[in-house]
Each structure stands twice: as structure tokens, then as C-alpha cells.
Ligand binder design. Sequence first.
Ligand SMILES: [Zn+2]
Length: 108
Amino acid sequence: MLFLLLDVSGVCHLRCQRCLEDLPHSVDLASRLQLLEGDDLMQDDASDEVDGIEASKELDVLALVEDEILLSLPFAPRHDEGVCELATNSFGRADDRFGMLAQLKNKF
Ligand SMILES: [Zn+2]
């Protein structure tokens, strides 16, 4: 039996579904995928804890890693309770940005 071991760690920047501000999300994944050939894939008898994937000559590992990360992400990411209020106060900064844009526009 052949296995592919994935060990992924890093930080993804998600968007908080409450305040729409940046939400850093730590990713720390370790998964074991069983490499199966066409026939084995049909009678996928891999146990529940191990996912079976089709082994091809050229496996798109990057896409595989991407899928694993996407699957691990929360469906509706949010800051912890109370943290969003800080972000709401930063709307002042957003206004400043618009102010700066207006100033730039007046220059031209
Ligand atoms: Zn938030």
C-alpha cells in the first residue's frame, strides 16, 4: 500500500463574516492519503480514517494541498466575540482612505 503524507502549516488570511476585516487563521494539517489505482478506487475499501485518492503518473500535489486546506477552513469565519468592535472602530481609518482618494482626485 502506498500513502501520501501531507503536513501543512501556515496562516491563511480569511475575511471575518461579521465585520469583513482580515482574520488570520492558523492552518495545521496532517493527513494521510492512500494512493489507489483505478481498479482499487472502484472498490474503495480504505477505512474511514484514511481517504483514498487515485494515483496517476502526474499527481497535482499543489491542488491536493489546496483542497485539503479548503476543506479544513471554517464555513463562516469570525473574530472572537468582542474583537470585531475594534475592527468596527477602524472604519474611521477607512474614511481617511476615502478622504485621501478625494484629495488625490482634486489634484488632477
Ligand atoms: Zn470581525
